[in-house]
Design a protein around this ligand. Sequence first.
Ligand SMILES: Cc1cc2nc3c(=O)[nH]c(=O)nc-3n(C[C@H](O)[C@H](O)[C@H](O)COP(=O)(O)OP(=O)(O)OC[C@H]3O[C@@H](n4cnc5c(N)ncnc54)[C@H](O)[C@@H]3O)c2cc1C
Length: 335
Amino acid sequence: MEYTTDIAIIGSGPVGLFTVFEAGMAGYSSVVVDSLEEVGGQLTALYPEKPIYDIPGHPKVLAEELITKLKDQAAPFNPTYLLGKPVDSFLKKEDGTFTLTAGENTIHARSICLAAGGGMFAPRKPPVENIEAYEGESVFYAVRGKERFKDETIVIAGGGDSAADWAVELAPLAKHVHVIHRRAEFRAAEETVNQLHSLAENGNVTIHTPCQLKAISGQNKKLETVTIADLDGNEKTLEASKLLCFFGISPSLGPIVNWGLDMNKKTVNVEPSTMATNIEGVAAVGDIAEYGHKLHLILTGFAESALAIKTLQTYMDPDKKFKVVYSTSKGVPQA
Ligand SMILES: Cc1cc2nc3c(=O)[nH]c(=O)nc-3n(C[C@H](O)[C@H](O)[C@H](O)COP(=O)(O)OP(=O)(O)OC[C@H]3O[C@@H](n4cnc5c(N)ncnc54)[C@H](O)[C@@H]3O)c2cc1C
């Protein structure tokens, strides 16, 4: 499908979503492209149920709750979300407008705001045959909804914070939790590791170290067993109904790296007072935007969105005088 918009926003993380709001307040339409199937970036994909404590005005807010609120805040401006497809090609035309493609979608935009964070992230998967067949039903790379794990026998693979945190958090709900890690030591916070060992001594947790996943089996997406092996290759088969793998993520910016942007390894250099990149008409905000003393925090990204929209307005409508308009005076469009 073809879309025409004022601003194409690449990335629907918290900062991309707030950019929709800032664009809308300045009178601009937006199309948001994300490779993930859901909006929310890292918050939805990596830590939806973790509380965040450093969002101004929210003493404590769950990551997924913040994303719902940001989406609601952007809703009066009717953004178009094109999800599940990474951007692939990028063309700046002679008249200064841009054409992007994302799968079967073509987006014509007057300007671009990059809010692509650390890149498209895919969870690192273990080399276990046929694992895809169980994904979404029995095999997961993040926890969304703890209830799904109630009374289940869970195998948790990994040795970092996520693996240890979720083993401790899910143990009270689960029938049993097996934790598999290829080293004897966990890399997680000491307190959590102590809790894990205490659950292994007195609760329903079994720790298998040093061990690796070897194979899984089951039927119709329903997991029945997980086979693990120690470093000498001795195998053990565990009965299990859910498998959670926490081997980190491998982010990639995809073709963005070939667009001629002034880049570091995985970030784009911007002028911090404007968020302008080296390509006129392209601004960058949030984790992808880099400058001296940058703080890679959500609250930093929110302020950057406002600066970027001012910059893009100057590019799109150079004759229009930029004026700060208070939201209290202007309000937002009513549904
Ligand atoms: C476990 C954890 C806890 C954290 N806790 C806090 C905290 O307490 N407070 C805080 O302020 N920060 C915290 N952070 C950091 C915070 O999550 C990031 O600063 C924030 O997510 C950055 O938002 P963003 O919108 O810039 O990018 P992201 O959230 O990374 O979103 C970027 C989006 O762009 C998409 N994308 C990337 N490349 C492409 C492409 N080529 N095509 C299409 N889509 C693309 C990605 O799929 C992604 O959805 C935490 C991070 C982690 C991992």
